[in-house]
Design a protein around this ligand. Structure first.
Ligand code: NAD
Length: 324
């Protein structure tokens, strides 16, 4: 049996590969163009069960060939990170729309079970906290590039469910909510690795906006085991799920907790969003998943709390610094 993981050299994808290696006896093919992914995410693997293809999900014939040889597909490759989306809107849109279409079209040929990674960004700036899967989406203007990512991920969801309805594709869509943990880089605007790096270096922690915005953070180990379980559950096929932990925290509180857990003397400074991105930037006040559908379908939910997540990220970062 062979599993294809697109984006397998990325943060979540590489943890999914680890999980599948431990929990199954399947062989794994990774398709990744190493744009935000990295060899270092895979360098710990000592196995001949993993084959890595350096290629692009926009290459339809490559995607079709790899899926023809696969029994299951996890599609995680995407242009990600708010900063990258805002700076490269066209490239991001093409990757997130064309790439997913290529995957779904190829998977539909043999009805190959497929997981599609979506995002809590799909809810946009909705204020209906916590977000349930069938809630309305609320987006800003097309003049603001940030909404291009949410729009593309929403279109991916429509495509996925359309392929299920019209071609019988067994597909699961998972909306990830701020997945965090070891190996995540702060390079593309992710908050926890950035804060941990700043705290360990004794630099100020830079909070965008007034820091009262609320987010839920989910340990990557929980996210990948839930992802695997959902695709292995026939009742989940054709459905969209929030994949996130309940128990949100404010960004100010997160910054304080990082400082406490790293024993750092760093201070916290606030930077207006307009300075960090551009004038049209819009940041939703709160994001929290309603996970009753997830609980009802697989009978469990993410387990790791914020402190466990932060301790794992700090330990991983300290290891990397001591190796460098
Ligand atoms: P990541 O950047 O670490 O992983 C994305 C991977 O896709 C990278 O390895 C990158 O090199 C690869 N990639 C990008 N464009 C490609 C292309 N054109 N062809 C082939 N490979 C390409 O990010 P991640 O956080 O691991 O995200 C994985 C998935 O989860 C993405 O679909 C993302 O939208 C989704 N997601 C993540 C989060 C999160 O909190 N991390 C939240 C919501 C959704």
């Amino acid at each position: 049996m062979t599993v294809l993981v697109t984006g397998g050299a990325g943060f979540i994808g590489s943890h999914l590969v680890d999980h599948l290696l431990t929990e199954t006896d399947e062989n794994i093919t990774i398709l990744d163009n190493f744009s935000t992914g990295s060899d270092s995410n895979l360098s710990h693997l000592e196995t001949d069960r993993v084959d890595t293809v350096d290629g692009d999900i926009r290459d339809a014939s490559l995607v079709a060939d790899l899926i023809a040889d696969a029994d299951t597909v996890y599609h995680l490759a995407a242009a990600v990170g708010v900063k990258r989306i805002v700076e490269n809107p066209l490239d991001s849109l093409r990757t997130n729309l064309e790439g997913t279409k290529n995957v779904l079209e190829a998977a539909a040929q043999d009805a190959t079970p497929t997981f599609i990674a979506s995002s809590s960004e799909v809810y946009g700036k909705s204020e209906a906290i916590p977000f349930a899967e069938d809630d309305d989406r609320v987006y800003g203007s097309t003049a603001s590039p940030r909404w291009g990512y949410a729009t593309a991920k929403a279109a991916d969801e429509f495509l996925a469910v359309g392929f299920q309805k019209e071609h019988g594709l067994p597909v699961v869509v998972g909306r990830y909510f701020n997945i965090v943990g070891p190996r995540q880089t702060g390079q593309y605007g992710m908050v926890i690795p950035t804060f941990v790096k700043q705290a360990l270096a004794g630099d100020d922690l830079t909070v965008y906006g007034d820091g009262t915005q609320i987010r839920s953070f989910t340990h990557v180990a929980d996210a990948v085991s839930i992802t695997h379980e959902l695709l292995s559950t026939p009742a989940a096929h054709g459905e969209v799920f929030n994949i996130g932990a309940p128990g949100p925290t404010s960004i100010n509180n997160l910054a304080k907790r990082v400082i406490e857990l790293t024993d750092s003397d760093s201070a916290i400074t606030h930077i207006p969003f307009e300075e960090a991105y551009d004038e049209d930037f819009e940041e939703p006040d709160a994001r929290e998943p309603d996970i009753s559908k997830l609980r009802a379908t697989i009978g469990r939910e993410p387990e790791a709390d914020l402190d466990r997540i932060l301790r794992d990220v700090i330990a991983n970062r300290t290891d990397r610094v001591s190796i460098e």
